[in-house]
Design a protein. Structure first.
Length: 405
């Protein structure tokens, strides 16, 4: 029998193994080089674009602004002090009234009858007391009967006063001079004791109550002027005065209530009306010739305040002390002086020593010229008449050659 030959094992040659090892080492070296280049690229710090301004010198005024609702200090709701049907309602909303003027009447049939009975009872009590007093003086009656008659007379007098007051209360009168601002009833309606009838407002007592922070309490005083500006109703503007300052501080909000009185000329249809929304601005301080920077240049770090200033291609953080502030600027007390450069935009996120690139407010690098308008194409110059002949000759040359052919 023939035996099958044993399988032959192929061994890789040393040359092939060396080549594979070289390729593997080369790939690792290439990968390591790429990673090293990427790491080096990440380390390179890119400059942050910033806008650089200058610390200015000027005046600044510190103010406190607070929202308020205009209201009248003398505003009363007139209530019914009697019971009955309402008659003779003589006023309407918007009517001006004087103190004590009769605004309406309540039907007084029942009150008149009660007053008549009280008068009759008083007359009888007086007659009885006079008779008993005479008998008491003659020592016919004792002290007990005399005191009883005296008590009945006192009760009759009190009853007459009550009935007289009820009769008087059937007249609804104005508590003070002002304007009828609300009418809550209609003539002919039945009203009870305590029912709301009308509202009378004195427009000469308009005020705005504002709440200012406790820390500003020492910078505001009674009699100080305050600007009052209407927010919803445009065109309302005037100067009032601080009328009162509350002697207590609201522990919940840390504010103090102040009452600003409006002058009479600001009240009325063309001025302020009760219920209008307004903004009150109080001027608390003013300084001249101080160092000023925009509010946006200030960086807050916990309780400290800083600005960034440019030093070559880097930004340096400088601690500053602030003074007065208005809506746009802030006073620098320490740290910078007028004329010094300061970063006014782009400083958010900067660190001390960070690289910067100066740009303008449009984001263009400083010193870069604005893109000029593209010049219009120049019109083609007209060629002299004689220059067309060579072209014509060149065009005719192929034709001549064709004929000769």
């Amino acid at each position: 029998m023939l035996s099958s030959p044993a399988p032959t094992r192929i061994r890789p040659s040393r040359h092939w193994l060396a080549l594979s090892l070289a390729l593997a080492l080369g790939c690792q070296a290439s990968a390591g080089g790429v990673e090293k280049k990427a790491a080096d690229a990440e380390v390179v710090e890119q400059p942050s674009p910033v806008v650089v301004g200058t610390v200015e010198r000027g005046a600044i005024t510190a103010t406190i602004s607070a929202a308020s609702t205009i209201e009248a200090e003398r505003q009363v709701t007139v209530h019914s002090e009697s019971v009955g049907r309402l008659v003779d309602l003589t006023v309407e909303e918007g009517d001006k009234v004087k103190e004590g003027q009769v605004l309406a009447r309540i039907r007084f049939d029942a009150q008149a009858n009660s007053l008549l009975r009280a008068n009759t009872s008083l007359a009888k009590a007086q007659t009885d007391f006079q008779r008993i007093e005479q008998l008491y003086n003659e020592r016919v009656l004792g002290h007990e009967e005399f005191q009883k008659a005296r008590n009945q007379l006192d009760i009759a007098e009190l009853d007459l006063r009550d009935r007289t007051r009820e009769m008087k209360n059937t007249k609804v009168t104005a508590p003070f001079s002002g304007t009828v601002t609300v009418r809550k009833v209609t003539e002919g309606g039945f009203v009870t004791n305590g029912a709301e009838l009308l509202q009378v407002t004195d427009f000469n007592t308009l005020v705005a109550r504002v709440f200012v922070p406790e820390k500003e309490l020492d910078r505001v005083k009674v009699g100080q002027e305050a600007l009052v500006l209407g927010k919803a109703a445009k065109g309302r503007k005037g100067v009032g005065k601080v009328l009162r300052i509350s002697p207590t501080v609201d522990a919940g909000t840390g504010t103090v209530k102040m009452t600003v009185a409006l002058p009479q000329e600001l009240a009325g249809a063309q001025g302020f009306l009760p219920g209008m929304y307004a903004e009150v601005t109080l001027t608390v301080d003013h300084r001249e010739d101080v160092a000023l920077v925009p509010k946006g240049a200030i960086v807050h770090d916990e309780e400290q305040t800083y600005v960034f200033v440019p030093e070559g291609e880097q930004a340096r953080r400088v601690r500053v002390e602030l003074g007065l502030q208005d809506a746009e600027r802030v006073e620098i007390l320490k740290g910078l002086g007028p004329g010094e450069a300061v970063i006014v935009a782009g400083q958010t996120g900067l660190k001390d020593g960070a690289k910067i690139a100066r740009v303008d407010m449009q984001g263009r690098p400083e010193g870069e010229a604005k893109p000029a308008d593209k010049p219009a194409d120049k019109p083609a110059e007209a060629k002299p008449a004689g220059d067309d002949k060579p072209a014509e000759a060149a065009a005719d040359a192929p034709k001549t050659a064709a004929k000769e052919g």
